[in-house]
Design a protein around this ligand. Structure first.
Ligand SMILES: *Cc1c(COP(=O)(O)O)cnc(C)c1O
Length: 337
């Protein structure tokens, strides 16, 4: 029997109350702009995060891709961390579908992009070069909120060099809760922001791209082009609205459980636990113990991504309660026997 799933915060299932909200949703055809619930979600997030407009899309991957394609022409480039999700984990979409060249920059351990490296990566206007157009940051970065002030410094550089600044804010609300800032403050330095509703916020589907009215106008065409024009999407938007009303403050519970899990695991002989910041915890397990750990987790009904790497990511979320944390600790202890 499945006790708990620590693989990702994407595994959350809609709560009974969220399903109720979905059933009650008023809907229309969103390609015509007629879905009142989709419109309400877009307006709500735009207002909350301080943008003119928003666009509800099926995934974070599509949201980031649309943002890059809306900011760039063919032959433009975007500057991005070499470990960033948009660069590494989105199937190369910007290059494949947008003809946008990525210019990766080695990231610092805290997820910041060393701005002197960014500055030298911005190309002069010269026929030899792609046109540098966008700088892309990510928050949270592997669970770490970007240090306060970094985005503002990045924005100053962008303003000086004529770049747009995009945020992959898949877990922006985790950063806001962890840093005691409003989501609006975290989003303020950016020209566009993508947020996920289907991670820790617990909605089944969807991300929202925020930006200026003209950017979102273009984004709507690009969403259609990418096959993301959907119809009675209000059923899904209702889940997003419910998540914004009920699942933002509770992210603090996920952070507390990650902290408690980290403290318990740090006491197990042989384990090394990286400092956790939000809902992602990284644990180093001796390589020779991985088989035993896999067996102990399976025995306890716990899913976790234990592959060949000794560095294991554990994620807390809406469907992880205190009992799940205790069960996970017990499995790691059993594997240490
Ligand atoms: C999950 C995630 C995305 C987008 O994911 P989808 O699975 O396409 O919704 C983008 N960036 C980061 C950092 C993510 O964790």
């Amino acid at each position: 029997m499945l006790l708990a799933d620590f693989r990702s915060d994407t595994v959350t299932r809609p709560t009974a109350a969220m399903r109720e909200a979905m059933v009650r949703a008023e809907v229309g055809d969103d390609v015509y702009g007629d879905d009142p619930t989709v419109n309400a979600l877009q307006e709500r997030l735009a207002r909350d995060l301080g943008f003119e407009a928003g666009l509800f899309v099926p995934s974070g991957t599509q949201s980031n891709l649309i943002a890059l394609m809306a900011h760039c022409q063919r032959g433009d480039e975007y500057i991005v961390g070499s470990e960033a999700h948009t660069f590494k984990y989105e199937a190369g979409g910007a290059a494949v579908l947008g003809s946008i060249q990525p210019q990766p920059i080695p990231q610092a351990a805290d997820g910041t992009l060393p701005l002197d490296l960014v500055r030298t990566a911005v190309k002069p206007d010269d026929v030899h070069f792609a046109r540098s157009r966008v700088l892309c940051l990510e928050n949270t970065w592997h669970g770490q909120p970007l240090p306060l002030g970094h985005a503002e410094q990045a924005r100053a550089l962008c303003d000086a060099r004529g770049l747009m600044l995009h945020l992959d804010g898949a877990r922006l609300f985790n950063a806001a809760i962890a840093q005691g800032k409003s989501a609006r403050e975290i989003a303020a330095p950016f020209h566009s922001v993508s947020v996920c509703l289907s991670k820790g916020l617990g909605a089944p589907v969807g991300s929202v791209l925020l930006g200026s009215s003209s950017l979102i106008e273009q984004a709507k065409r690009l969403r259609k082009l990418l096959g993301g024009g959907w119809r009675q999407a209000g059923l899904l938007a209702a889940a997003g609205l419910h998540a914004l009303d009920h699942h933002v403050q509770r992210l603090a519970d996920d952070h507390r459980r990650a902290r408690e899990l980290g403290a318990e695991l740090a006491a197990v002989p042989g384990l090394k636990v990286e400092p956790e910041h939000t809902n992602l915890l990284y644990v180093h397990v001796p390589a020779e113990r991985l088989d035993a750990l896999r067996a102990a987790l399976a025995q306890a009904g716990i899913l976790a991504s234990v592959g060949s790497s000794p560095r294991i990511r554990l994620v807390t979320h809406l469907d992880i309660d205190d009992a799940a944390v205790s069960g996970c600790v017990a499995a790691f202890r059993a594997a240490a026997q």
